[in-house]
Design a protein around this ligand. Structure first.
Ligand code: GLU
Length: 425
């Protein structure tokens, strides 16, 4: 390891940024990456911290802390979502931005990586408060975003409505409509058909491919899903229609299980009535943690980071783990799962469907020419299948796990672009 790189962060207790850096260090060795380029890729290009003052409904003022991190822009404008969550930290946003660089490179779309976040509790804020906070945050980060610079999108607890406010605020500041500044927008203002389900659909496409390689029939394959937000809910819906059997589902409040298969339509209705999957009559209560270890063929962590650890990895029963969430598996758990013959479809592959259709949305916005949903879904499928096959071949060729295979491809591409461009000045 070169002296230009301080690896101290990769040892000891792992916060999520240390985990992201450790994943890069691991593949840098495999790729025999030039030490200078390794150091370059190991830190973000640009970090912006903003104070977001906001008038609350009771007329008091609160100041939220927000971030926008651009990790790498060698392959194109930076791309990545914005997260509203009480546990957001700058380190988390840095990790998520780095993962976006690898994700965009793996599916080979011409973007770099970025991420944003605000430390807030959106579940306890009114629509008016959310709108004020979002608009002021947009104004604060407007100095570094734009269709040709950095394009935000939804992430945990951010919605198409929030994207609409971002688009409108940015547009009003410039004096004309600029739909390409953000993706995941409502269809009425330049969103793409198929974007809402794209993360889940892309995840299903790579699971289909993985099961085919493993000789497991998708028809009736048992699926457990942790998280019932945009990714988890739509995965349950699409996969149950496609013939998979959804046997367990959880959200932040708890979970439910039914070995005979959950009626997903009814579960979605229950969630929209009560705000949670908890209390659904078509299954038995199961804790959020137990969902990870339940008897199933496919496990989809679709919530937050660091849920699969060295402690629970030995008890995971799934044959395939598809990371719809970003960063759900700790590096030490990765090796345990690999040794146990469990195929982990890494986040930068398994959830890349979202950013892939974000790319399609941005292309449609720039061309002012919109595609039908069949076209979006067909292009998404081609992209996901191609990325799966390339990753699978790499992993097989080097006898490494799918994450390392994906990283070899993705980091290799970002490193190549960075090297070709050289260092300015
Ligand atoms: N937040 C999503 C992700 O982590 C989507 C990002 C985007 O569409 O730009 O991939």
């Amino acid at each position: 390891m070169s002296s230009t790189i301080d690896r101290s962060a990769a040892q000891g207790s792992r916060n999520v940024w240390e985990m992201a850096q450790a994943q890069l260090d691991d593949v840098a060795l495999l790729l025999e990456l030039n030490p200078g380029i390794h150091a370059f890729l190991r830190s973000p290009k640009r970090v912006l911290t903003v104070s977001v003052p906001c008038e609350m409904d009771d007329r008091s003022y609160r100041v939220f802390e927000g971030y926008r991190v651009q990790h790498n822009m060698s392959r194109g404008p930076a791309k990545g979502g914005i997260r509203f969550h009480p546990d957001v930290t700058l380190d988390e946003v840095k990790a998520l931005a780095m993962w976006m660089s690898w994700k965009c490179a793996l599916v080979d779309i011409p973007f770099g990586g970025a991420k944003g976040g605000i430390i807030c509790d959106p579940k306890n804020m009114s629509m008016r408060e959310l709108e004020h906070m979002t608009r002021r945050y947009t104004s604060e980060i407007s100095i570094i975003i734009g269709p040709e610079r950095d394009i935000p999108a939804p992430d945990v607890y951010t919605t198409p409505q929030i994207m609409a406010w971002i688009m409108d605020t940015f547009s009003m500041m410039r004096g004309y409509s600029i739909p390409g500044v953000v993706t995941g927008k409502p269809i009425a203002i330049g969103g793409s058909l198929g974007r809402d389900k794209a993360t889940a659909r892309g995840c299903m496409f790579v699971i289909d491919e993985a099961l085919r390689e493993l000789g497991i029939s998708a028809d009736g394959a048992r699926v457990a899903i942790q998280g019932f937000g945009n990714a988890g809910l739509h995965a349950a819906e699409l996969m149950s229609v496609a013939g998979y059997k959804i046997v367990a589902v959880s959200d932040s409040r708890g979970g439910i299980a039914n070995a005979k298969g959950i009626d997903v339509k009814k579960l979605i209705a229950h969630k929209s009535e009560t705000g949670s999957v908890v209390g659904f009559s078509g299954g038995d209560a199961m804790s959020n943690k137990d969902v990870l270890e339940c008897d199933c063929d496919v496990l989809i962590p679709a919530a937050l980071e660091k849920v699969i650890t060295a402690e629970n990895a030995p008890r995971i029963k799934a044959k395939v783990v598809a990371e719809a969430a970003n960063g759900p598996t700790l590096p030490e758990a990765d090796s345990i799962l690999f040794d146990r013959g469990i195929m982990v479809l890494p986040d930068i592959l398994a959830n890349a469907g979202g950013v892939t259709v974000s790319y399609f949305e941005w292309v449609q916005d720039l061309q002012e020419n919109f595609w039908d949903e069949e076209e979006v879904n067909a292009r998404l499928k081609r992209t996901m299948v191609r990325a799966f096959k390339a990753t699978y071949e790499k992993a097989k060729q080097h006898k490494i796990n799918m994450r390392r295979g994906a990283y070899v491809l993705a980091v290799g591409r970002v490193a190549e672009a960075t090297m070709l461009r050289g260092v300015y000045p």
